[in-house]
Ligand binder design. Structure first.
Ligand SMILES: NC(=O)c1ccc[n+]([C@@H]2O[C@H](COP(=O)([O-])OP(=O)(O)OC[C@H]3O[C@@H](n4cnc5c(N)ncnc54)[C@H](O)[C@@H]3O)[C@@H](O)[C@H]2O)c1
Length: 333
């Protein structure tokens, strides 16, 4: 491992401090200020509105809070780290001074190569099997103590097309792209909750927020991965567990080659521009530092999300147009 830095600050203190700072800045409208949750449903709804309003208000009035989430001296486990984004994360986390990095992948050769490069430990792990994730967690803990950051990054493109894909293909895509994140949380959370701190990073995809044209199973399982991360963040945030969800669009990795084979699905990917895995790793480090839930390395994704949320029919019409244009281009070539 490259650098070991001494000052290690608990992640949980950052949010508490930020929350206090936020709370002192927020002004709640007088009409809502006295609302308290009571058994009556309408009052409870009002109280929930106050909470959400308070968060929205603090987000819009906040400038930058001092954040100290650093990777130095952390113990990190990354799945799918033998290639692409996972490999770039492993190399970048090592450069940031992580104390120990476990490089997990079903492709042991790839994992060993990365582990050699960064002085980490390679573990062959098939994340489609819960027992292998549990064994990975146990082995990492035994070798290097409590896990600070677990990155559920391994993923597969799944079958192309829609519902016609076989149940076996759907099941495999579901297990790797979604269930693996749940199994990882099941394995690491009890110990993290007992310590009162820990960080989970999920690699989902922009397809989990928008859609992946031409790949229904990928879109559905990545939407579910985003939902898993959101649920964990909402449920365990106050217990010191941080969650970030990485949602890139096209990234130049071996997996992208599969997506580009689809002449229709590849159109939006290429139109928005491809990033290098190292650029995604940079966005992740910045996102973890800011304890940001959604990490969106492609700027266009938040614009598309805003359109989808505010003008859903227009967004759907635009997506259909994109499919038609890609089909027309394909048939005339
Ligand atoms: N490349 C992109 O354009 C892009 C865009 C959005 C999201 N993503 C997501 O990023 C993640 C990483 O993908 P990538 O682009 O780096 O692809 P990649 O193919 O370079 O890396 C994926 C890695 O996951 C491993 N893997 C596959 N199945 C596994 C299993 N069952 N158990 C353990 N490891 C397994 C592979 O061996 C490979 O090393 C995936 O979750 C993918 O869905 C990729």
């Amino acid at each position: 491992m490259s650098v070991i830095r001494a000052s290690r600050k608990p992640w949980r203190s950052n949010t508490r401090r930020a929350a206090l700072t936020n709370a002192s800045r927020v002004r709640v409208p007088r009409a809502l200020a006295g609302a308290r949750p009571v058994c009556d449903g309408s009052s409870l709804r009002t109280a929930i509105d106050v909470e959400i309003y308070t968060e929205l208000k603090s987000a819009s009035t906040s400038t930058t809070f001092p954040r100290t989430v650093e990777l130095a001296d952390r113990h990190v486990v990354i799945t799918g780290a033998g290639s692409g984004i996972g490999r770039a994360l492993a190399i970048r986390f090592a450069a940031e001074g992580a104390r120990a990095i476990t490089v997990a992948d079903v492709d042991l050769d790839g994992a060993e190569e990365v582990a050699r490069e960064i002085g980490g430990v390679a573990v062959r792990t098939d994340v489609s099997r819960e027992a292998e994730i549990a064994a990975l967690v146990a082995r990492a803990r035994e070798a290097n103590g409590p896990i600070d950051l677990f990155c559920s990054n391994a993923g597969v493109p799944g079958p192309g097309g829609g519902p016609e894909a076989s149940d076996e293909e759907w099941q495999r895509t579901w297990e790797i792209n979604t269930m693996a994140h749940i199994w990882a949380a099941r394995a690491v959370l009890p110990e993290m909750l007992a310590r009162g701190e820990g960080y989970l990073l999920s690699t989902a995809s922009a397809a989990g927020l928008l859609t992946q044209i031409g790949a229904m199973a990928y879109s559905v399982t990545k939407h579910a991965a985003v939902a898993v991360a959101e649920w964990l963040s909402i449920t365990y945030g106050d217990a010191g567990i941080k969650v970030s969800c990485l949602c890139p669009q096209g990234v130049r990795t071996p997996m992208l080659a599969t997506a580009l084979e689809d002449p229709i699905g590849s159109v939006p990917l290429l139109a928005e521009g491809l990033l290098e895995p190292e650029e995604v790793a940079e966005a992740v480090v910045q996102g973890l530092r800011a304890e940001q839930f959604l990490i969106l390395p492609h700027e266009a994704v938040s614009r598309h999300m805003a359109l989808k949320a505010s003008q859903n029919e227009r967004w759907l019409t635009g997506m259909r147009k994109l499919v038609r244009a890609a089909r027309d281009a394909q048939s005339s070539s």
